[in-house]
Design a protein. Structure first.
Length: 235
């Protein structure tokens, strides 16, 4: 009798586990499908004007997408902008075969994780997602260095800042154990003396940055690019 009950519970558990797995896969597929038009547009642009191999690939969410002055901010550095607004880290991983591997970049700079936390991911899940991205990127571009720009503090998502800090610290701790994985902390310069996001760095939405915010990122990233052999010319 006990064995029969145990078998019934085992079947029920397996059924629930498979259902949960199916829902998770479906959610991932739906998330990936959401960005297909953006990825198709990148592919079309690549066919019309193929980016040179060996550049710096900037990838991630809207903070990358809206970096319209990227090339001018790093003169002399062959940059590729593949940010798609609202995306999370797994979205970049899902499409790595189309928007990472073909460029054969010498360096990848990622900003993502902000939306992951806002959509309910835990700090541990953000770390796992970044680890998965590094693995996937290196499947197509073996050994490519990956720089993670820390999740930024913002006015719009101040209530989530403690979780974002925890995600940042998890990625920082992991990065130091890896070869050619760098963590660049842009948060300190974006906070005022009271530890609050500096309002003058943000657009009216309190989330996306003005040029003053990007200026802090530029200064933080220039030495990193130099470490990997890229020379940023004087503007």
């Amino acid at each position: 009798m006990k064995r029969t009950i145990w078998q019934a519970w085992r079947v029920l558990w397996l059924t629930l586990w498979l259902a949960t797995l199916s829902m998770s896969v479906s959610a991932t597929e739906a998330g990936s499908a959401r960005w297909k038009p953006d990825i198709d547009a990148f592919t079309a642009a690549d066919q019309a004007h193929p980016p040179a191999a060996g550049g710096v690939l900037f990838i991630g969410s809207s903070s990358i997408r809206f970096w319209a002055t990227l090339a001018a901010d790093f003169p002399g550095v062959p940059v590729i902008n593949r940010g798609f607004g609202g995306s999370a880290i797994p979205d970049a991983t899902d499409y790595a075969e189309r928007i990472v591997w073909p460029y054969r970049p010498r360096l990848i700079v990622m900003y993502a994780g902000d939306n992951d936390i806002a959509e309910g991911a835990s700090p541990a899940q953000v770390l796992a997602s970044f680890q998965a991205f590094v693995t996937k990127a290196r499947e197509g571009v073996p050994g490519v260095p990956v720089v993670y720009v820390s999740i930024k503090p913002s006015l719009a998502r101040l209530a989530l800042w403690s979780q974002m800090q925890a995600a940042n610290e998890g990625i920082r701790a992991w990065a130091v154990t890896q070869h050619d994985v760098r963590f660049v902390d842009i948060a300190p310069g974006m906070l005022d003396a009271h530890g609050q996001p500096r309002a003058e760095l943000f657009r009216p939405d309190g989330l996306h940055m003005l040029p003053a915010g990007y200026a802090l990122w530029i200064q933080a990233l220039k030495p990193v690019l130099a470490d990997y052999g890229f020379t940023v010319r004087a503007p």
